[in-house]
Design a protein. Structure first.
Length: 180
């Protein structure tokens, strides 16, 4: 999936519960932690930039797969959740478990969206790593119909989120006016 979609899905799924300054980055972090170090390594090593097309394979991008397996696994999400919960509990946060859960929702959504949006040849999503090699042969997220479905669902979700916020705001304004 493209980074903009991951960012927007992360924001939409946690809207009103977490700042977009956290949810957006959390939605793209699984890719950033895999591909930024790989890009730096390639640059420093003088490895030419890979042109991604239908023939590009996972092994064409050095280091990224080693990190990607972890960053796209529910194992790392569980570790993040437990860590956030523990830190929040130690700081006396009243809803530590719920807040920790909301914190990892964008990362979970990222993995779920990538499972059908990657082929077995180019960064399949190893969502059960390191306990299982189970991966699905999806389609490239850039395939026109897959990208269109994502775009329609994303636009529909944001329409629904913003409409509900507006309706709630109108309702609260009416309630306030009734009290006056």
């Amino acid at each position: 999936m493209d980074v903009f979609s991951h960012w927007l899905w992360g924001m939409a799924l946690t809207r009103g519960k977490m700042s977009w300054k956290i949810s957006g980055p959390m939605g793209v972090l699984p890719d950033l932690v895999a591909f930024v170090p790989s890009s730096i390594y390639a640059f420093v090593s003088g490895i030419p930039r890979v042109n991604i097309d239908d023939n590009t394979r996972t092994e064409d991008i050095p280091i990224a797969w080693d990190i990607y397996q972890w960053s796209h696994s529910f194992t790392i999400v569980l570790i993040l959740f437990i860590s956030a919960w523990w830190i929040l509990e130690r700081r006396g946060h009243q809803n530590a478990k719920q807040t920790a859960w909301i914190f990892v929702i964008p990362w979970i959504a990222h993995i779920i969206l990538d499972i059908p949006g990657h082929t077995i040849n180019f960064f399949p999503t190893p969502f059960l790593y390191p306990f299982s090699d189970l991966m699905f042969d999806g389609v490239r997220w850039s395939t026109w119909w897959f990208f269109t479905i994502n775009l329609v669902l994303l636009l529909g979700t944001w329409y629904w989120v913003l409409k509900n916020e507006r309706d709630q705001s109108i309702s609260e304004t009416a309630d306030t006016a009734d009290l006056a």
